[in-house]
Design a protein around this ligand. Structure first.
Ligand code: THU
Length: 148
């Protein structure tokens, strides 16, 4: 199984693929599936701005469209094109919500400055009390009602 350092390396490498003519802020992501496979992504911007996609969602959508549904961790590396050193790049709210769709609270979000300098958070820490698929499950809602 790939280690955190290696996942960070892949996220850092993916920054080179970012399409960022507007923000000039390059982000790379590497998503580790529970079966050991890795899907990478970069941010892809658009002249109309709204259709832009973050690196994390690119990685998730590539993986899900390939039939993957179970994920262990994602490494994220981001910073300005001109930056010499990176800061830790946190995922936006929309990307946290996409993670919430497929992952439980123990999913690891690894913020990489370099392959060896990274911080690890759980999805539960980054998105407490998140709205997920089970909130739309009527059975779960009825069970909650019965407890009242
Ligand atoms: N961005 C990401 O790809 N991931 C993040 O975690 C934060 C932001 C992108 C979106 C946009 O293309 C650029 O970075 C500036 O916000």
């Amino acid at each position: 199984m790939i280690d955190r350092e290696c996942l960070c390396e892949k996220a850092l490498e993916m920054r080179a693929r970012a399409y960022t003519p507007y923000s000039h802020f390059q982000v790379g992501a590497a998503l580790l599936c529970k079966d050991g496979s890795v899907y990478t992504g970069c941010n892809i911007e658009n002249a109309a701005y709204t259709p832009s996609n973050c690196a994390e969602r690119t990685a998730f959508f590539k993986a899900v469209s390939d039939g993957k549904r179970e994920f262990a961790a994602i490494a994220i590396a981001g910073g300005a094109e001109t930056a010499k050193d990176l800061d830790y790049c946190v995922p936006c709210g929309v990307c946290r919500q996409v993670m919430r769709e497929f992952c439980d609270g123990s999913f690891e979000v690894i913020l990489a400055k370099t392959p060896k300098d990274y911080r690890v958070f759980t999805l539960e820490e980054l998105l407490p009390m998140g709205f997920g698929p089970e909130n739309l499950d009527k059975k779960m809602v009825y069970m909650a009602d019965e407890k009242l």
